[in-house]
Design a protein around this ligand. Structure first.
Ligand SMILES: [Fe+2]
Length: 210
């Protein structure tokens, strides 16, 4: 059973009205509710021997959409803050961004440009665990384009409901406001949690003098 997470401390977020946030959080709550309902109903249909029906197939297709809608919103709200601080220049993430993109501003320009793409979806900075590489990824809706196995580090909602009420069709202004409100300590923690554990130091076995 998934529970609705609280994001009350976002109230008063710079450039985002409380009404916009309230509406957005209500939408998120719908994804949590639908994820729970679908998960239960899909099992129910299997028990009834209806797993070969169109109803089951369509609901199964929808499950990923609802689940990702829930999880992506949680990641999005978690990486926003009223008290933003820049990404720390001494952090492992900052170092990795430089390594991957050449410099921070190239990464940021890339991320913003993905945010300007036509369509509705998400922009996600992800880390591929196999190579450690970082990518700015576009997701259509909630469920198309995500890199399998990758770890989402920074998530930006670019569905119109995320900005239309406050910024009209000016998505650039919304992206600007989002970039100013990033909770970088949260993003850094996600990155560091995704890193492989350090290798244990080679044990030095001292032979006892016999
Ligand atoms: Fe959203």
């Amino acid at each position: 059973m998934y529970r609705v997470k609280k994001f009350d401390d976002l109230k008063g977020l710079r450039d985002f009205s409380n009404q916009l946030l309230q509406n957005h959080l209500a939408l998120y709550q719908g994804y949590v509710k639908n994820t729970n309902q679908l998960a239960a109903h899909l099992i129910h249909l299997v028990k009834l021997g209806k797993a070969d029906t169109m109803e089951y197939a369509e609901m199964k297709r929808r499950f990923g959409w609802e689940f990702n809608g829930m999880r992506l919103h949680e990641l999005y709200f978690e990486n926003l803050t009223k008290r933003p601080v820049p990404l720390r220049k001494e952090s492992p993430l900052y170092e990795k961004v430089w390594q991957e993109f050449g410099d921070y501003s190239t990464w940021e320009r890339g991320f913003r440009s993905v945010g300007g793409m036509r369509g509705i979806g998400w922009v996600v900075l992800t880390r591929d665990p196999e190579t450690g590489r970082l990518f700015n990824v576009w997701l259509d809706e909630h469920d198309a384009g995500f890199l399998v196995g990758s770890t989402p580090l920074l998530v930006m909602d670019v569905f119109e409901h995320a900005y239309l009420q406050e910024f009209g069709m000016n998505r650039t202004a919304y992206v600007q406001a989002f970039m100013r409100a990033i909770a970088w300590p949260v993003v850094e923690r996600r990155f560091e949690a995704a890193l492989p554990p350090p290798r244990p130091a080679t044990a030095v076995i001292k032979r006892r003098a016999s």
